[in-house]
Design a protein around this ligand. Structure first.
Ligand code: ZN
Length: 138
């Protein structure tokens, strides 16, 4: 079971427009697109950097995962996404190693990619998203 790269880094922000004044206008990253992931209640701004990308995550309401995160901890680093060859196989592997999972099965994330989340309690405190290489349109 191998992991290939950091596919993206998710940053929870109060406002994508305000955050772009640093990430796009300051750092000079290109804003490729903004996508709404309705079932997660989040707007995602995608800014490619090298072979991965920064994702700015803006909640569409308070009662959403990112809305609750910001209410509890403030804006900031939200999750790290690692690309793997087979999300379902990785989940089975991690489960066998007693890693605490948020998603027992892969589901559809931004861009139609197959994704699953691993609980921070098992990772050193960082929410980890697994995404399957070759799925989704990004
Ligand atoms: Zn993500």
């Amino acid at each position: 079971m191998s992991s290939n790269k950091i596919q993206h880094l998710g940053v929870a922000v109060g406002s994508i427009d305000e955050a772009l004044s640093f990430w796009r206008d300051g750092l000079g990253l290109e804003l490729k697109e903004i996508e709404v992931v309705a079932d997660q209640g989040v707007r995602v701004a995608m800014l490619p950097i090298g072979e991965s990308r920064i994702e700015l995550l803006e909640a569409t309401g308070e009662d959403t995962p990112v809305g609750k995160f910001i209410a509890k901890r403030g804006a900031g680093m939200h999750h790290l996404c690692v690309e793997v060859e087979d999300v379902a196989a990785m989940l089975a592997d991690l489960k066998a190693k007693n890693v605490r999972l948020i998603d027992e099965q892969p589901r559809i994330g931004a861009g139609g990619a197959l994704v699953a989340f691993v609980h921070p309690a098992s990772t050193g405190g960082v929410l980890i998203e697994l995404t399957q290489r070759g799925t989704g349109n990004h």
